[in-house]
Ligand binder design. Sequence first.
Ligand SMILES: O=c1ccn([C@@H]2O[C@H](COP(=O)(O)OP(=O)(O)O[C@H]3O[C@H](CO)[C@@H](O)[C@H](O)[C@H]3O)[C@@H](O)[C@H]2O)c(=O)[nH]1
Ligand SMILES: [Mn+2]
Length: 595
Amino acid sequence: MANAISPPNLFDKVALKYPIHRAFDVTIFVLLISLLVYRLLNLSNHGFAWLLALLCESCFTFIWVLTLSTKWNPVEYKTYPERLSQKAQELPPVDIFVTTADPVLEPPILTVNTVISLLAVEYPVDKLACYVSDDGCSSITYYSLVEASKFARLWVPFCKKYNIQSRAPFRYFSSELSLTSNCNSLEFQQEYKKMKDEYEDLACKIESVAVEKSSEWDLSGDFAVFSNIERKNHPAIIKVIWENKTGLSDVLPHLVYISREKRPNHPHHYKAGAMNVLTRVSGLISNAPFMLNVDCDMFVNNPETFRHAMCLLLGSKNERESGFVQYPQYFYDGLKDDPFGNQFVILQKYILSGVAGIQGPYYEGTGCFHRRNVIYGSCPDDIGDQAKNLTPLYGDLADKEQLKIFGNSKEFIRSAAYALQGKTNMSPKDLPNLIEAAHQVACCGYEHGTSWGAEVGWQYGSTVEDNLTGLMIHARGWRSVLCTPDPHAFLGCAPSQGPISMTQQKRWATAKSGGNLRKPVVTFSSTTADDHDNHSLSQHWQPPPPLSTSQQLKPTKNLPPTVDLFFPSADQNRPTLPRRSVIIPGHSTLLSRLF
Ligand SMILES: O=c1ccn([C@@H]2O[C@H](COP(=O)(O)OP(=O)(O)O[C@H]3O[C@H](CO)[C@@H](O)[C@H](O)[C@H]3O)[C@@H](O)[C@H]2O)c(=O)[nH]1
Ligand SMILES: [Mn+2]
């Protein structure tokens, strides 16, 4: 009898070797210990200064040992997307979330390029749905997305036909590669020229509405909902820009615009609040078991990105191994020699691959595929009681408890139950009929008294929601996986000026230390890697108790006056398009503007 052939691995975990670095690290460790011993032995012969030096050096040694232990066993994952068809007959659905918040600081052409690159990935279109959250409630952003969807209907088939690598149009048309790659056939040349003209038209349309005064806008018909709207005081606006009605034969996935309700005196919780609304609205509409979130300034640079992620999400023996898959943040057009350290080279190359060898990379806020049930607060099945205490979803939940956790929408609770049971799809839905339920879960009072932001969803209480959310997931026992395909999966804009970088770094540092010091516990963690046992010091974090109702309803503090931080791309030598100028986005950090 022939043996059943088991499907091949979808990925391999490979230990990275940096022998010279290790030799240096060990030498420094021995020197530091010798120094501490020398200080201790001679302490009685010296005064206070000697004691102070000993304390400082001990502190430094401690931090250094923590860093060393973090990067001691670096690993990388090699993924094999070409084997996916042998493992899974059908690829699972993925919901895509893009966040934008300000049409001035984050020009719509930037968001549009990110969205178009996401719509054009190599993945079955009927398995994708793209949701754009606009915290700026801008008719310009909405208009730009509507126009972008028209362009995408031509662009996506073009990319797939010629296997275009760079699918963010501004990047493709500004790169010399586009002219030399692919075939030089007459047909390609003609289609290339047509696409370039179409993109220039799109960019010009968006550019021209962006400079128009809002008072000159004709907000009628489809745009009427934006008339008399105040950015921080408006009802929820949800619009289906494109509905994929015909499944695989359609060229585009669903594209939905969402501007959640905002009211004065209701905290909106920045990006975390927007992500939670996206999670709920998408739960009602497509309820995909996996969710990708991307900042509006991070376009897809590798069309196989989704398939690489699926190798790690579907290929692990136990779901627990891959609670989320994180792609490192890489940036395009960095300054020569990276004088401000904005490319995070050391972090990406050594620290991140080191952490990947322990419990997995931390969540970076963008370029990350989460399991929906993980975001809903579940724990891995085989985890002990400690982690079970961290989830509200343990045991059989009565209806009343479910309402308390997920809020007062029966439709959403039904969809959450599906997601938590691991079912992929509810019955097919008619999008326009769901919009009423979607408005309910996007209103600002919906989360009142629920577990959103505390035990469920993206975590509130910090401007670096990614840090808190990632730690919560790890604390519940999930591990994460780092995915580093070649070429890089996503590319974003990095600040190109010193002061902007410093503001961003300051915000991250203060928010991260503030958040982590809420209840840090340094413990010994033990993880078993495939090839070796790996014991290391790592920082564990326990989530804060949920905010009380009165805390949740505290009005937001008055924000300081804002300054305009938008600036052009770092690369001044970039070839520009011949006929008209196409805006090439620069980096902005909104949160830096606020703190
Ligand atoms: O009220 C807000 C504020 C921000 N955002 C969006 O959040 C994202 C990140 O904000 P940004 O100001 O660009 O922060 P950065 O410092 O550039 O972003 C890094 O740091 C953030 C906080 O740690 C992470 O969320 C990001 O993913 C990470 O790229 C952007 O898409 C914004 O549009 C909102 O949707 N609503
Ligand atoms: Mn940003």
